[in-house]
Design a protein around this ligand. Structure first.
Ligand SMILES: NC(=O)c1ccc[n+]([C@@H]2O[C@H](COP(=O)([O-])OP(=O)(O)OC[C@H]3O[C@@H](n4cnc5c(N)ncnc54)[C@H](OP(=O)(O)O)[C@@H]3O)[C@@H](O)[C@H]2O)c1
Length: 324
């Protein structure tokens, strides 16, 4: 079986990561492309070998009307994810949406409902779960290598030259650093902790927006407590150029990930027991492989719509907590 997939959006993550990753996945086929500009869609389709007979679209309706299209990958600004996912679901297409899944809890809930009603898959794009080193690390944690989980800390930051990006504006995004990288920090924490530590029971945050004084967070520091009593914290920022970091602490040991929270599947992982060797593989290919397998095997994607929604709920809580 081949799953024909459309790319919605021709920007940085679609061009640099998702379309090249899609080409590596057996059974996945880039079929068509949506851009606001037909010529840009055509150039993207050519660049990435889209194979539909009329692959370039500048209207979502015509793209979705194609009976040979099976699924969409949504790689547009955050405020468009919900409407595009709901339209795709109503047209019977499976959805892999970039993170964060939506700009509000209500929109995220509407996405989950629309995909459930249509009987299509909804997956959220948290590629760090397919980092080969992270997967080895998780297997160690699940096997008890660090004992009982006590605390996890993640940090991912980048430095922007100005506030011109759509993430800085409230009409196109609800969060800036939290949307760009904080949502990944949070997903990493939930992936490692929820199965053993239970759900998040409390959250507190500090947010600053003092360099450009816009509506959305520039730096956010968020702390969490889980049902087991274990704790976690993450820091994200658009003001700091530095390597990313993830730290896992348990009753019997620790794991430190140096610069593994990136797009590239690389970095270094050290444990209390020595360095963890892993192959550098494309994490976006892993994400798309799981999406395609979920469609073929009639199972949930590894990061499904409900998990994407839970992440959105906690991002919203982080802002509310800082404003309280
Ligand atoms: N998982 C990851 O590692 C990762 C990394 C980066 C981004 N993302 C997510 O992917 C999504 C896209 O991010 P990006 O960095 O690729 O953004 P980007 O470079 O700005 O690209 C977004 C694309 O969406 C299309 N678009 C449609 N309406 C738009 C509008 N009103 N304003 C701007 N662009 C519009 C544009 O394509 P046309 O001009 O062709 O219409 C644009 O190139 C976001 O949700 C982001 O959070 C995920």
């Amino acid at each position: 079986m081949t799953v024909n997939i459309a790319m919605l959006g021709t920007g940085s993550i679609a061009d640099d990561a998702l379309a090249p990753a899609l080409q590596q996945v057996a059974g996945a086929n880039l079929w068509s492309v949506l851009s606001r500009d037909r010529a840009r869609a055509r150039a993207f389709a050519q660049r990435h070998d889209a194979s539909g007979p009329a692959p370039a679209h500048d209207a979502l309706e015509t793209l979705l009307a194609d009976p040979d299209l099976d699924a969409v990958i949504i790689a547009t600004p955050d405020h468009l994810h919900a409407a595009q996912a709901i339209a795709a679901a109503r047209a019977g297409k499976h959805v892999l949406t970039e993170k964060p899944m939506a700009t509000s809890v209500e929109k995220g809930e509407a996405m989950v409902r629309a995909c459930d009603d249509a009987g299509v898959k909804l997956a959220a794009g948290y590629h760090l779960r397919w980092h080969a080193g992270h997967r080895k690390m998780l297997a160690l944690i699940r096997a008890g290598a660090v004992g009982e989980l006590r605390h996890v800390r993640t940090q991912w930051t980048f430095q922007v030259p100005d506030a011109s990006n759509w993430r800085a504006r409230r009409d196109t995004a609800s969060w800036w650093s939290l949307s760009g990288v904080g949502t990944h920090c949070l997903d990493f924490i939930r992936w490692v902790m929820v199965p053993g530590c239970g759900e998040v029971v409390s959250l507190a945050s500090t947010i600053s927006r003092d360099v450009w004084n816009g509506p959305n967070d520039e730096t956010a520091v968020v702390s969490l407590r889980f049902e087991s009593g274990a704790t976690a914290e993450f820091c994200c920022s658009v003001l700091i150029a530095a390597p990313s970091r993830a730290e896992v602490y348990g009753s019997d040991g620790y794991i430190h990930c140096e610069d593994t929270l990136t797009r590239f599947g690389a970095g270094v992982i050290n444990t209390h027991d020595g360095m963890l060797a892993f192959d550098v593989t494309d994490p976006y290919a892993g994400e798309i492989r799981d999406f395609v397998a979920a469609i073929e095997d009639h199972r949930k994607p590894e990061v499904d719509g409900r998990e994407g929604l839970r992440n959105v709920e906690l991002l919203a809580q982080a802002v509310a907590s800082a404003e309280a």
